[in-house]
Design a protein around this ligand. Sequence first.
Ligand code: GRF
Length: 202
Amino acid sequence: MIKRIAIFASGRGSNAEALVMAMRAGEIHGTPVVILSDQAGALVLEKAQQWKIPTLLVERSDYKTKEAFEEAMLDALKPYMPDTIVLAGYMRLLGKTFISAYEGRILNIHPALLPSFTGLHAQRQAVEAGVKVSGCTVHFVDTGMDSGPIIMQTAVPVYADDTEDSLAERILPKEHATYKKALALYCDNKLHVNGHIVSIDE
Ligand code: GRF
């Protein structure tokens, strides 16, 4: 049964692009039914039009409270009937209102080896910490920040002369590759969560 995927993105959308292309190539048994953004000018919305994928723009500033904002997102998604939410560079923390509606069916990519360097500018945090290895993490989303059960991680070397940008550039292609693998396994129902440990059917 092909999973119906809603992709959330706030910016450039390179992760969204990697996943859409992999779904279209049949490498991931899912179909992108809608792309939602919280940013009016997000490049990902233009890309979605080229990909002929419906788009939704739901802006936080249009709502008095976070709860109202998240209810609006849930309502806007209804017609597309997604069964999975894939966050791909979505720069906003989802709260209980939204998460409870998709418990266990929201994935995210983070450009660091969680639980290290949660939150924004993870690549900068890694460079400033002087670590020699960083990378990316695909995880299930819970109400914490970058704290849900870890699905898959890929390590990337960090060099002494790295900047936030040079490290981000080295991690990004690994994000695409890791997210494609993780989402493919998820769509084939090969991921199982026990407490906060994820096991994968081989
Ligand atoms: C990626 O590094 C992602 O890990 C982080 O923000 C960036 C989004 O890039 N959350 P893109 O929009 O997928 O190109």
